[in-house]
Each structure stands twice: as C-alpha cells, then as structure tokens.
Design a binder for this molecule. Structure first.
Ligand SMILES: N[C@@H](CCC(=O)N[C@@H](CS)C(=O)NCC(=O)O)C(=O)O
Length: 264
C-alpha cells in the first residue's frame, strides 16, 4: 500500500490525493499537523514539505512528480500530461506558474484570515490527525504560531498584496480560457486543470475537497468577502466546475461511460 504523508488541509496534498484517486491507485493517507509533519515527512524519506508519497520505486516529495508517477501507471488516453512535447511544455508551464504563484499566495492569504479564528482553524485543520497532534496544536498554538508565520513569511499587511496577486492569477487563468479552450490543458482535463482545481481551493473553498472545509457562513465577514468574489470570478467559476465534474471522477467510470478523455 502506498503511503501519502500530508498536512490534510494542504492544497498541494489535495493535488496528490486527486491524482491518485482519479487513477484509482489505493493509498493510505498519514495526516499530520504543521511542524510535526516535518518529523514524518523526513522519516518517510522526504524533505520539509508535504505531500510525500512513499512508493515501491522510491519517495516523491514534489506534487508534480507525484502526478508524473501516477501518469506512468495510467492508460495513455487518460494521462494528465500530453505526450506531444510542445503541448507538454505548455501544460507544465501553466502548472508550474500555478504552483509558484497561486499556490503560495492563496495559502498565505487564507492563513492570515483563518489565524484570526483559532477555533475554526484548528477544527478544520486537524481532521484525521493523531489525537496527540490535535492536542499539541491546541495547547501549543502560541508556540507553533511564530514558526508558521516565519515559514510563510507573514508580515503585517501582507494579505493586501496577496489578495491582489491571487486575483491577478485568476485574471490570467480567465485570459487563458478566453480563447474558447474547454480546459487549461487543452481539449481535455489534464495536469494544469487538476493543479488549478486543487490550488484554487484556498480562494474558492469548494464544496468538495479531500478534507472538510468550512462553509462561507462559518467564516468571518472579511474572509467570506474575498472568497465570494473569487467564486464569482470567471476563473473561480471554472475552478468550481472542475471540482464538480472531475474531483470524484475515476478513470474506470469514464471508461465505462465511453469517454476516452476522462470526463469531457
Ligand atoms: N513544491 C511543493 C510545495 C509543497 C508545499 O509547499 N507544501 C506545504 C503544505 S501546503 C508544506 O509542506 N508546508 C510546510 C512547511 O513549509 O513547513 C509541492 O508541489 O509539493
């Protein structure tokens, strides 16, 4: 059985879960809270970040590598990355920009907001982690907080520029879609779409995710405000559509329904 070491709320971990579940590759998720995750990520053979996927062929500590590993075990017509070198380069360019921009900026933005609502944050954050880690984070929150702030480079007011950057990235995604392509990856659902669907969770809080997310009603008004605006954005609507159509879609279900492109 594969092991996937995660921080359950992490959207990079969601990217890995989504890819594995779509390809129906069984895995066991090992959920840990922030900071403690380092012990388990390192012990599994990874680095400082999660997801870490432990496979019989070795340990993968980058979400993009996990998608490639899954693809190598997926029938060609359902692979996330195209074979054609030019198309592959385009899909990787889009995915990597999402990994480098929307991922970290959206994450810091939601952390800054949620850190102001400790109880809701911990309830959502700690789903499925070992009991001692839940207690550790609740009682040691004051100790962990400065480490998280430092790791994420949270400085006073950083959420203002993060929000601008997030909406700039959403504009860019909308611009890509404006040529009429059905998916960011081209004619069918692929790595860029899965990456966008997972990483945009921090800004659209989709109704379906690998661990329960809070509803808009549970959030503070300022958080609700930017998430509602992101959901209304053309790219935000696309993100929600990706989740609705593809988050629970499996390759065998797509095959049974006669679709060769996993859900178009
Ligand atoms: N490039 C990595 C990024 C992963 C990443 O940033 N993971 C975060 C969780 S969202 C993490 O482990 N953060 C903990 C830390 O940096 O201490 C990937 O795509 O897998």
């Amino acid at each position: 059985m594969l092991r996937l070491v995660t921080i359950p709320i992490s959207h990079y971990c969601e990217k890995a879960r989504w890819a594995l579940e779509r390809a129906e590759i069984p895995y066991r998720e090992e959920r840990h809270v922030q900071c403690v995750h380092v012990l388990y990520a390192k012990r599994a053979g990874g680095g400082l970040t999660v997801p870490v996927l432990v496979t019989p062929d070795g340990v993968l500590g980058e979400s993009e590598d996990i998608l490639h590993w899954v693809d190598a075990r997926t029938p060609p017509e359902f692979r996330l990355f195209p074979e054609d070198p030019a198309q592959l380069a385009e899909v990787e360019t889009i995915s990597r920009r999402l990994d480098a921009e929307l991922g970290p900026k959206g994450r810091r933005l939601i952390y800054v907001h949620m850190l102001q609502d400790k109880r809701l944050l911990l309830d959502v954050n700690n789903t499925g982690v070992p009991r001692w880690e839940d207690r550790f984070l609740r009682t040691g929150f004051g100790l962990v907080l400065p480490i998280v702030r430092r790791r994420l480079a949270i400085t006073p007011g950083v959420e203002v520029s993060d929000e601008q950057d997030v909406f700039r990235e959403l504009d860019w995604v909308a611009e890509l879609l404006s040529d009429g392509r059905p998916y960011l990856s081209g004619e069918r659902f692929g790595a860029a779409d899965l990456t966008f669907g997972a990483l945009s969770a921090a800004v659209v809080a989709p109704p379906d995710y690998g661990t329960p997310l809070p509803s808009l009603e549970q959030m503070r008004p300022a958080t609700r405000d930017y998430i509602a605006r992101a959901r209304e954005h053309r790219a935000g609507q696309f993100a929600l559509l990706l989740v609705e159509r593809h988050r629970r879609e499996t390759i065998s279900a797509a095959t049974a329904s006669g679709r060769s492109s996993a859900g178009r």
